[in-house]
Design a protein around this ligand. Sequence first.
Ligand code: FE
Ligand code: FE
Ligand code: ZN
Length: 279
Amino acid sequence: MFYIGCHLSVSGGYEAMGKTALDIGANTFQYFTRNPRGRGFKRPAAEDVAALVALMEKNGFAPPLAHAPYTFNPASAEERIWTYSRDSMREDLEVLETIPGALYNFHPGCHVGIGAEAGMENTARLLNEVITPGQGTTVLIETMAGKGSEIGKTFEEICHMIEMTDSDKRDRVGVCLDTCHISDGGYNIAGATEEVLDRFDSVIGLDRLCAVHLNDSKNPLGAAKDRHEKIGEGSLGIEGIERIVNSPRIKSLPFYLETPNELDGYAREIALLKELRKG
Ligand code: FE
Ligand code: FE
Ligand code: ZN
């Protein structure tokens, strides 16, 4: 099964996202758990979430990917920011327990001058405080482009953060691979797909990889920029994207588009990807 979806707005509610996904030919989707650049939080109605879960079951969806807002910085040395990130993440995870098998993606953060090692320690400490052994949701560290003081730009850094989580919580920690980010970070995922996945496997282990953010990039390999481009219109190119969605080791994973599109553009990209996909 090819699990493909895109980022959707949560503004119309949870069940509405499932319906929109069906409308555009998707069988999964991503959404922000709260305003990505603000601080408000509105807990979704339990009935609305239950209606989404029923819709997803009926239509054979892959689990939705909930994305934490950009206002979190788990790597921060500032107590106020770190605590806000931790408490909000706990709140998000509480809601997600009502969606079976949900995935929760977050940016490991920016160290803002304290150094990558100290930043990674802060992020791992936060994970240890928010993850409950036995919870249903897997928390995914997103691979980053390395813009500014971002941590998580190498597979080694991602692995290091995972290794710093408590052993009884570690099976609830996974990775979301963003194809634009890692290309901008210097991994030639488009041109040398299998070699990059080999590298991922030897450093982190492919068993940790739970989701793919499928994006083209406006910038060349290694640019450390993070500007997403429409599928086939950037430096990864259509052939690179085709290799990625057909790679035998990751083709069973859910793919989520975060390309600069409105719904009609997403519908076209999903149709195109279904054509590129073999089996
Ligand atoms: Fe992200
Ligand atoms: Fe992403
Ligand atoms: Zn990005």
